[in-house]
Design a protein around this ligand. Structure first.
Ligand code: FA5
Ligand code: MG
Length: 489
């Protein structure tokens, strides 16, 4: 496991990949080096230009955006009428109402490394910057990996006390039912100005706003102290009662959002089954770390037998607000995964479904954008058979250490599991449900490592024949040899 050094615990092994844990390690630096020299994307070859949306960019040797990603930029699911991502966005936005909150939807996904990383205080060697985790257009231009890329400019614009931004974001990531290389986030923030609140008393002003928020009866596990000197420090310049008030406002606001989602989910379930009996909700706050917030937390919800992380959040670093030219303001920010919330709301079992153009999927949401009260739970149209195929290989001697979604570490030329994920995605597309490491082994004499991955080929829309799955699998095996120099076993 990549060391998380007590800063953050992770709900699922996959979330260890979360690139924003802020813990740069020696290994992660090496991952970047490995990828630069060893891994080539299947996107159009460098040099030249690439068209993304309606803009054209100069590529360089950093370019690693596959065609399947480039061509999905135009989809904009978060603003597509009657799409479950857009419906979920509207419901979440309704809990952050105007005039305190302004809602932004149309920030373009190609941003500078300064916006995505530097402006937020990501260290130069942060793993999130590596080509194994991020899609680069060129050395200084990326597909944003999170909506926080726009925090600085919105704070600078000073258009409102609070805002939400919803947008498509891009990450090279694991393949499973809750991770997808394009997904949608909603960022939110709320600031208070020392120069505008009565007597400069931020804590009092925030507590008054907390009192104005509705109460709820959801049970939330939150054993965390408001701040912790090592794990979740109070910022210099913040009084403990200010941080505590801001944290309470942040957590209550987000809990009310969760209550809204689950009330709507329950109403939808009862509309089809009046005897529907829901399980008690399990929700918890856990300490986290982001370079631009402190203290920080993530919110997790127990779903389908595991803790699902739905958002990251915290008290905004004063340094960021100073950079934005608003040093007298203090407040909170969060970023949530809209797919994860939509999966809870509609009971959508697999994240790939959001990209489906199948009328059996899309027609289930017709009319809901105009009347959210007509929302119904998703009814799966079919479950087609799984087709499991294994691929086992020796890593090349120089990269017999791995680093992976689940951590792991890495002398020179480690390979990264995300490179495998991308090869599989580029070949199998949405016909791949899941890719899991099932076995690993180090030869006692040679020290070489062998890995075995199990790929589940399963379409959401039809039964794949064994021949089709075999064809995908043969190509995957070939590309692993060609691009990663593995020796198949
Ligand atoms: C962030 O992206 C931070 N920008 C959130 C933040 C904003 C923190 C503002 C503080 C202040 P994280 O990497 O944990 O954090 O992602 C946020 C959420 O995006 C996750 O909780 C999860 O719900 C969702 N998410 C992350 N990766 C994926 C993925 N591959 N597929 C679908 N959803 C994902
Ligand atoms: Mg996270």
């Amino acid at each position: 496991m990549r060391s998380i050094a007590g800063r953050q615990r992770l709900s699922t092994a996959r979330d260890v990949l979360a690139v924003f844990t802020g813990l740069a390690t020696a290994s992660s630096r090496r991952i970047g080096v490995f990828c630069e020299c060893r891994y080539k994307s299947t996107g159009s070859a460098f040099p030249g230009k690439v068209k993304l949306g309606d803009k054209t960019y100069q590529k360089d040797s950093w370019f690693n955006v596959p065609d399947s990603i480039a061509t999905s930029i135009d989809r904009q699911l978060h603003t597509t009428n009657d799409h479950p991502i857009s419906i979920t966005r509207s419901i979440v936005e309704s809990k952050f109402p105007a005039p305190a909150f302004k809602h932004y939807h149309d920030f373009f996904p190609v941003v500078s490394t300064h916006e995505n990383f530097d402006s937020l205080g990501f260290p130069a060697d942060h793993p999130g910057r590596s080509k194994t985790d991020t899609y680069y257009v060129n050395e200084t231009t990326v597909l944003r990996t999170h909506t926080s890329a726009h925090e600085l400019e919105i704070f600078q614009a000073k258009e409102s006390d609070g805002y939400t931004i919803s947008a498509d974001v891009y990450r090279r990531d694991a393949i499973d039912k809750t991770h997808y290389p394009i997904f949608h986030q909603m960022e939110g923030a709320r600031l208070w100005d020392r120069e505008k609140v009565a007597h400069g008393d931020i804590a009092k002003a925030v507590w008054e706003d907390v009192e104005r928020l509705p109460k709820h009866h959801m049970i939330v596990e939150d054993p965390n102290p408001p701040t912790h000197p090592e794990r979740n420090p109070l910022q210099a310049g913040h009084a403990p009662e200010e941080a505590a008030a801001i944290a309470t406002h942040l957590k209550r606001s987000l809990e009310l959002m969760v209550v809204e989602i689950f009330s709507r989910a329950k109403a939808a379930a009862m509309a089809t089954n009046p005897n529907y009996h829901d399980e008690p909700l399990k929700v918890r706050w856990v300490e986290a770390y982001f370079p631009w917030t402190s203290p920080s937390w993530e919110l997790e919800i127990y779903w389908q037998d595991q803790w699902l992380e739905v958002l990251g959040s915290g008290v905004v670093q004063q340094e960021l607000l100073q950079k934005a030219g608003v040093p007298s303001k203090l407040g909170w920010a969060f970023g949530l995964g809209l797919e994860r919330i939509a999966m809870l709301l509609f009971e959508i079992p697999d994240i790939r479904l959001f990209w489906s153009q199948d009328p059996r999927f899309l027609s289930q949401f017709t009319g809901v954008s105009d009347d959210l009260d007509t929302l119904k739970r998703f009814i799966p149209f079919s479950k087609y058979p799984a087709c499991y195929k294994d691929v086992a290989f020796w890593l090349p001697p120089a990269s017999s250490s791995t680093t992976s979604a689940a951590g792991g570490l890495a002398p020179p030329q480690a390979f990264h599991e995300n490179d495998i994920m991308e090869i599989v995605r580029n070949i199998g597309g949405d016909n791949v449900e899941d890719v899991q490491l099932t076995d690993e082994f180090t030869h006692p004499v040679s020290g070489r490592r062998s890995l075995c991955y199990r790929i589940n080929y399963r379409s959401l829309e039809r039964t794949l024949t064994n021949e089709e799955a075999n064809r995908f699998h043969e190509r995957v095996r070939g590309e692993l040899v060609k691009k990663m120099a593995v020796e198949l076993r």
